[in-house]
Ligand binder design. Structure first.
Ligand SMILES: Cc1cc2nc3c(=O)[nH]c(=O)nc-3n(C[C@H](O)[C@H](O)[C@H](O)COP(=O)(O)OP(=O)(O)OC[C@H]3O[C@@H](n4cnc5c(N)ncnc54)[C@H](O)[C@@H]3O)c2cc1C
Length: 393
């Protein structure tokens, strides 16, 4: 009997959304992927198209322009992209940003930004990491200083997903450097970049500059950029939630959501890679027979299939817990740790089963292998996940 990848949390409505997502991905994303990987971003038009099809902000209430669903609606879209190795449209970061606004923003902030994010007019990014501060976010040096009715932002950020295309960036800043974590706030910065597809983009807010689209090992179609803030002035009501010093509290509150996205995308990627490899080894011949018939190939695939099935049970339970509002940070960190580490191991084995073709970028498993590496690093490294889990023991 073939291995089936059913989800305990799915239903007819979600499978219909999955079919819509798959159609969009196959007809509009996949054909452009090679060009997007060369260019380092997917362009604004694809974001607006995803918005028009109702594929963005699916778990944001309808009152704010979203789809009115829950995390399962997001999950089917993340899964369909991950199983095809498509990373260009970082819907995950976009959704994370929408959730910061939903969970911590003022009513005016939600009304101002969420509908435009759902339409794909504003691409969302979150800028925490700096050249000198990654795992240890207390070391953030970007400063926001109150000046009359404005804040003035000085500093720089790096490795920012969606940074090149972003129209809305949540910038983690120090508003009171003497206060440590309690002196950290999140500022909402509209970049004022026009909805253009050209290399230069539109006009930027004065003092804001997007650096290079960074040249990465994998996830080539996803724009990751440096951002520079040189006296960027934003209205005082751009403070997320309207109160200073809430930044760390806001960041910590949404961690289960972010970490589960990485865990579940890792699993969906393994599923897609497994299916592609199964087809490959049945086709490819060596020593007069398909390589699928060698005991080593059968055993490796049996191990991978077992990991996927066991992982599915855990990830599905995490999805159900998140939807019920019961997923704690330590368990979500386990999902991220286990998913990203298993993804690395599994992709390594599946590349091996492809022989030399597994080293060629035209093969799905090759691109997935390169893309998988960062899953253990961003969103909190594996070592930081272990710290978080260990603290809860
Ligand atoms: C492709 C990509 C996309 C990204 N997107 C974003 C984004 O959208 N927004 C954003 O803000 N950031 C983003 N990041 C940054 C990412 O979150 C950081 O790179 C990550 O958190 C690690 O920080 P660092 O690079 O400064 O490494 P460091 O913190 O310098 O860590 C280096 C090593 O030290 C280890 N280490 C650090 N502290 C400890 C400890 N206490 N115990 C044990 N080991 C430790 C780490 O695990 C790691 O192995 C992205 C990064 C990449 C590569």
């Amino acid at each position: 009997m073939p291995l089936s990848f059913t989800r305990s949390w799915s239903n007819e409505e979600l499978e219909a959304l999955r079919a819509t997502a798959a159609r969009f991905i196959e007809t509009e994303m996949q054909p452009q992927d090679a060009a997007a990987r060369q260019r380092g971003h997917v362009g604004h038009a694809l974001w607006r198209r995803a918005g028009a099809l109702g594929l963005l902000c699916t778990d944001i209430p309808e009152a704010y322009g979203g789809g009115g669903g829950d995390f399962r609606h997001e999950a089917v879209i993340h899964e369909e992209m991950a199983r095809r190795g498509l990373t260009g449209l970082s819907n995950s970061v976009h959704s994370i940003v929408a959730h910061y606004l939903l969970n911590h923003g003022t009513e005016a902030q939600k009304r101002q930004y969420l509908p435009r994010m759902a339409r794909g007019e504003l691409v969302g990014a979150i800028a925490m990491t700096e050249p000198g501060a990654g795992s240890d976010l207390q070391g953030v040096r970007t400063r926001a200083t109150r000046d009359g009715d404005s804040y003035v932002i000085e500093g720089s950020k790096t490795f920012i997903t969606n940074g090149y295309l972003a129209g809305l960036i949540l910038v983690v800043c120090k508003t009171d450097p003497s206060q440590g974590a309690r002196g950290t706030s999140i500022l909402i910065v509209e970049t004022e970049r026009g909805p253009k597809d050209d290399e230069e983009g539109g006009m930027h807010r004065a003092g804001f500059q997007v650096g290079r689209v960074l040249d990465k090992m994998g996830m080539k179609a996803q724009d990751t950029s440096e951002l520079f803030f040189d006296g960027v002035r934003v209205p005082a009501d751009s403070l997320l939630g309207g109160r200073e010093g809430q930044g760390f509290f806001q960041l910590m509150g949404d961690l289960p959501y972010e970490r589960l996205i990485i865990g579940l995308s890792a699993l969906a990627c393994m599923e897609g890679a497994y299916e592609a490899t199964l087809a490959y080894v049945r086709e490819r011949q060596a020593f007069g027979k398909p390589i699928a018939e060698f005991q080593n190939t059968r055993f490796k695939l049996a191990e991978v299939a077992t990991q996927i099935q066991v992982g599915r049970a855990f990830i599905d339970r995490c999805v159900e817990q998140l939807v019920a509002g019961q997923l704690d940070t330590a368990t979500a960190s386990m999902a991220k740790l286990w998913g990203s580490e298993a993804q690395g191991r599994v992709l390594d084995e599946l590349v091996q089963l492809h022989g030399g073709y597994g080293f060629m970028n035209e093969y799905l498993v090759t691109r997935m292998y390169a893309d998988a590496r960062v899953q253990r690093i961003y969103g909190g490294t594996s070592e930081i996940m272990k710290e978080v889990i260990a603290r809860a023991l």
